[in-house]
Write a protein that binds this ligand. Sequence first.
Ligand SMILES: Nc1ncnc2c1ncn2[C@@H]1O[C@H](COP(=O)(O)OP(=O)(O)O)[C@@H](O)[C@H]1O
Ligand SMILES: Cc1cn([C@H]2C[C@H](O)[C@@H](COP(=O)(O)O)O2)c(=O)[nH]c1=O
Length: 216
Amino acid sequence: MSELVFFCGTMDCGKSTLALQIEHNRSARGLVGMIFTRNDRAGEGKLSSRLGLVTDAVEVEDGADLYAHLVDHLSQGRRADYVIADEAQFLAPEQIDQLARVVDDLDLDVYAFGITTDFRSKLFPGSQRLVELADRVEVLQVEALCWCGARATHNARTVGGVMVVEGAQVVVGDVTGSTDEIGYEVLCRRHHRRRMTAATARAAALAPDVLPVSSG
Ligand SMILES: Nc1ncnc2c1ncn2[C@@H]1O[C@H](COP(=O)(O)OP(=O)(O)O)[C@@H](O)[C@H]1O
Ligand SMILES: Cc1cn([C@H]2C[C@H](O)[C@@H](COP(=O)(O)O)O2)c(=O)[nH]c1=O
């Protein structure tokens, strides 16, 4: 029985790497995948991992019908044995419904990969729909770590290393960007709540201690 599986986690926890591994293992056995992505950092029509691997993919545009895309593809006599959708948090809820229909009506496995929550720790609409519809939700096991060493569960957006909480939900970026630009950092919940990034924690640690006032 085909499945809709949502592989989720924070940024930088290996989702795209796993997507590329699933693709590699299946194509090594002669299977053909339909690979969707949206707003990958490597550019339009690319699925890339920080380990340096990259593959071509179909860039999902606003309003694209993913079910119709598969039906068109198959009716032209072309093959698709399974579907991968990376950066699935950026898909519209209707597009997630279309992926569920691909599973149910076309009997293809769909593997979706994405972050669940944004920089304000609110669900992305696409991820919310995946949680609602997926046969299985798998949290990636290679956890990213907060600067304090705890498991990172949240994504922070930073400007100059300082966490920000205002701005558009979608801003493509990386966890290793220049500190002057918008970047991202993964944090544990405690430090996300306190808005304490690696840079602000370092600055606090370097600040001179307040000297005790002598009474004598
Ligand atoms: N130089 C490196 N050596 C080993 N592993 C690395 C290196 N750079 C990145 N990684 C691994 O790749 C992961 C990020 O993979 P990626 O698939 O790009 O993440 P995601 O798609 O979840 O944002 C990191 O968490 C780390 O485990
Ligand atoms: C938290 C958050 C992230 N994004 C963007 C930043 C990246 O381009 C992607 C996540 O990619 P990854 O492969 O999982 O690292 O999402 C965003 O637009 N808005 C956010 O709140």
